[in-house]
Design a protein around this ligand. Structure first.
Ligand SMILES: NC(=O)C1=CN([C@@H]2O[C@H](COP(=O)(O)OP(=O)(O)OC[C@H]3O[C@@H](n4cnc5c(N)ncnc54)[C@H](O)[C@@H]3O)[C@@H](O)[C@H]2O)C=CC1
Ligand SMILES: O=C(CO)COP(=O)(O)O
Length: 387
């Protein structure tokens, strides 16, 4: 039978039953809602749901907010998820766990939740936060799995900061070498939780996500962790261009090395607190490698280069990802805005070139250019001088 919000509320009600003497105080159990139900959002719900069943401190039920859509069969996605226990559009073939409940209404999805997991493409988060103002428990904690950032008049704004400031709640982040389809079939991977100052909360998040095939650790560097997850998508676009142009493994490795260096320099220029050690966690070099090898940004950039830049990223995204979203192209634009506003363009030749190629001002081949007299990667120099 399909689960309903009401049947789950009855099952997990906090009201003491007759069997429990009134004087014994029931410990308050945390309620988890996952805001987002794409490819990674669905896998995150599966991971969490396997843990809430085991851990006493959480309600079994995990609510998952679904951005509603009508499938070609005429049924609503949220209804199909609740009937089949599968996200047939974004994660077909994988059972999410019977305690995952798809909820299409955002306000209902977050009602009474004390642990909010945000995992949507980053471009939708401003609108989602606006809709959530005043609708969430004041004692709620949040974590963002979103790789991306916003750029405002005042400067760059990380998604965890957006959540924290708009909703008035503490927000950690979880990033890592986490290609969702691999974790869905329980292949081993690691992840990094980034936190500001509350280690206890970070440990609760680790407990909620950690499984025998998903090994999570926490570091006190929320900005460093989030910037790693965000910026590696720009490097993955560059790696895709190199693949599409069939330039070989050595060139791709050079792109990854230079990209990592720019990631580190950009992060440290924005936040002096960012730690070098963060780049050696799963969120850093490991995520960079996996995304440059097997991610969606790499895949679409490869196709873009093979087509000589003649087919737009929007077109390729729609055709190749069928509803899933790229983050690297918009992140390259956002990074470019920050760089040009602060006069840092020349310090970041790789980030700058990726944006110029994505926006059609340079051909894909500009990612690596040789001159006759001084064979060089046009991307050398730049931020090496800073960090
Ligand atoms: N898929 C992956 O392997 C990984 C993704 N991430 C990150 O997780 C975040 C979410 O990505 P995925 O779960 O993969 O999503 P996705 O790219 O698979 O799916 C797109 C999602 O956006 C929703 N959507 C479409 N229009 C919308 C709108 N107007 N408002 C709100 N939602 C809308 C769709 O319903 C769908 O759930 C991204 O920041 C991504 O970088 C992080 C690690 C791994
Ligand atoms: O972030 C990811 C892996 O950690 C997934 O990257 P893509 O969005 O490029 O697929």
């Amino acid at each position: 039978m399909a689960p309903t919000l009401e049947s789950h509320q009855e099952k997990h009600s906090l009201v003491p039953t007759e069997a429990v003497p009134a004087q014994i105080e029931m410990p308050t159990r945390s309620r988890v809602t996952v805001v987002g139900s794409g490819n990674w959002g669905s896998v995150a719900a599966k991971l969490i749901a396997s843990n809430t069943l085991k851990l006493e401190s959480f309600h079994d039920e995990v609510r998952m907010w679904v951005f509603e859509e009508v499938l070609p069969c005429g049924q609503k996605l949220s209804e199909v998820i609740n009937q089949t226990n599968e996200n047939v559009k974004y994660l077909p073939g994988i059972k999410l766990g019977q305690n995952v409940l798809a909820v299409p209404d955002l306000e209902n999805a977050v009602r009474d939740a004390t642990m909010l997991v945000f995992v949507t493409p980053h471009q939708f988060m401003e609108g989602i936060c606006r809709r959530l103002v005043g609708k969430i428990s004041q004692n709620a904690q949040a974590i963002s799995l979103i790789k991306g950032m916003e750029v405002k008049k005042e400067g760059p704004c990380m998604i965890s900061t957006l959540i924290q400031e708009q909703l008035g709640i503490n927000c950690c982040v979880l990033m890592g070498a986490n290609i969702a389809n691999e974790i869905a079939v329980e292949k081993f991977s690691e992840a990094t939780v980034g936190y500001r100052d509350n280690k206890e909360i970070a440990e609760t998040w680790v407990q909620l996500f950690n499984t025998n095939y998903f090994m999570v650790s926490a570091v006190q560097d929320v900005e460093g962790v989030e910037l790693c997850g965000t910026l590696k998508n720009v490097v993955a676009i560059a790696a895709g261009f190199v693949d599409g142009l069939e330039m070989g493994n050595n060139t791709k490795a050079a792109i990854m090395r230079i990209g990592l260096r720019e990631m580190k320099a950009f992060s440290k220029l924005l936040f002096s607190s960012v730690k070098d050690s963060t780049f050696f966690e799963s969120c850093g070099v490991a995520d960079l490698i996996t995304t440059c090898l097997g991610g969606r940004n790499r895949k679409c950039a490869d196709a873009f280069a093979r087509n000589g830049g003649k087919r737009s990223f929007d077109e390729l995204e729609a055709e190749m990802l069928q509803g899933q979203k790229l983050q690297g192209v918009s992140t390259a634009k956002e990074v470019h805005e920050v760089l040009s506003h602060r006069g840092w363009l020349e310090l970041f030749p790789l980030f700058t070139t990726v944006h110029e190629i994505c926006s059609g001002r340079l051909p894909p081949s500009a990612i690596v250019e040789y001159s006759e007299h001084a064979p060089k990667l046009s991307l050398l120099g730049g931020s090496a001088q800073i960090y």
